[in-house]
Design a protein around this ligand. Structure first.
Ligand code: SF4
Ligand code: SF4
Length: 377
């Protein structure tokens, strides 16, 4: 296992982190807790969870494991998270921290995230006087929290804007071998600022393991595309910890082996993947965000197009897309939308700026049909 300093915090963290969002929910909490103990025995010392993960059982599962890991408390690091939209006062933020501490059976959360910042107004809400950040600062002074960090889906320039204010010790960002050309600016900026950089979603939400044949170009000699995708994040010098959502011991073994081997992608490998992604995945939205300001109706085009990516990549039918849309409305990329797909007036402004030249208007029509079905039950 590789261990690195988490920014300037003094914490030495493992290159592979345990992501607590993919437990097997058919198992008991006690059975799932054993997976955390196993991960610790393999050298993993960074454990990431949040309220609501795995039908809101993840923190409880962690709590069972933490009780058993108490003797080694100083040797591992635990995270949790709170969203500023939900905990919009200092008092509510503190109550959220106290609730997580209780569930986790801990006296301190080492890294607490201002969670899921998708827009600048959400960041501003967290930082307002008497808001979440102020509550977290007080928790930090009292030792309930070790470090305040941020988790965000913002584009690079806005991440730079936030980091310039020097309010956070680290950052959690979604990045993987398929989307890195469009996410790297934020990663590099955080690394250059001397922060801890934690990567989530290294397997693109399961898309990479499910499409090994189409993604064969990712793999080097004697490895699968999934192993290559893990290796890409785990061995990147700019990334401090790569979170992997573990379900089985075998997955832990694979990720730890890759960390032991520590073979970074060469510049030639990176260029090969970059070229292949941009040449052969032209029908996919890359999340570049160039369309963000183009829409007079304030439709979150990129978010809708990212959901549509799954239809293209996984060849999903209408029934499966309805389930995807429901998930994204309840919890995912569409939860904070300002306008629905059906508000499109077909002005064409987004298609004029789309770097991938996607037929956005046609796709929005399909999406609007799914949204109508959802609304009509
Ligand atoms: S075509 Fe539709 S989605 Fe695109 S900018 Fe115009 S109104 Fe917005
Ligand atoms: S400009 Fe095109 S590729 Fe970029 S985010 Fe918007 S829809 Fe996606």
């Amino acid at each position: 296992m590789i261990y690195t300093n988490y920014g300037r915090t003094g914490a030495k963290v493992s290159a592979v982190g345990f992501g607590g969002m993919r437990f097997d929910e058919s198992k008991s909490n006690e059975e799932n807790a054993e997976l955390l103990l196993y991960a610790q025995s393999k050298g993993i010392n960074y454990f990431d969870t949040a309220p609501t993960y795995c039908s809101d059982t993840s923190e409880d599962i962690f709590g069972i494991a933490m009780k058993q890991m108490r003797d080694t408390r100083d040797a591992y690091h635990v995270t949790s998270k709170g969203m500023p939209v939900e905990f919009n006062t200092a008092d509510k933020a503190r109550k959220a921290v106290e609730k997580s501490l209780k569930r986790l059976n801990l006296e301190r959360i080492d890294f607490y995230h201002v969670w899921c910042i998708r827009r600048m107004d959400q960041y501003e809400l967290a930082m307002k006087k008497g808001g979440q950040y102020q509550g977290l600062m007080k928790c930090k002074k009292e030792g309930l929290i070790g470090n305040i960090v941020i988790s965000t889906h913002l584009p690079g320039p806005q991440i730079k804007q936030i980091l310039a204010k020097d309010e956070f010790e680290g950052i959690l960002l979604g990045v993987n071998v398929l989307n890195f050309p469009y996410r790297w600016e934020g990663i590099q900026a955080a690394h250059d600022a001397g922060l801890g950089v934690v990567a989530m979603n290294p397997l693109s939400g399961g898309l990479i393991p499910q499409h090994q044949d189409q993604l064969a170009f990712l793999a080097g000699p004697n490895e699968t595309p999934t192993e290559a995708a893990l290796r890409f994040c785990i061995s990147a010098p700019q990334i401090t910890v790569t979170l992997v959502g573990f379900t089985t011991r075998e997955q832990i073994d694979t990720a730890c082996r890759i960390a032991d081997e520590a073979r970074p992608f060469s510049d030639a490998d990176i260029e090969r993947v970059r070229t292949h992604v941009s040449e052969n995945m032209n029908a996919l939205c890359t999340g570049c965000g160039y369309c963000l300001k183009s829409c007079p109706q304030n439709i979150p085009i990129a978010n809708y197009m990212q959901v549509y990516n799954e239809k293209l990549f996984l060849n999903l039918d209408d029934k499966a897309m309805l389930a995807k849309m429901k998930f994204n409305h309840d919890w995912g990329l569409l939860v904070d939308r300002c306008a629905d797909s059906g508000y499109c007036v077909e002005c064409g402004a987004c298609e004029n700026v789309c770097t991938q030249h996607l037929n956005i208007m046609e796709r929005l029509k399909e999406i609007a049909a799914w949204e109508n079905t959802l609304m009509c039950g």
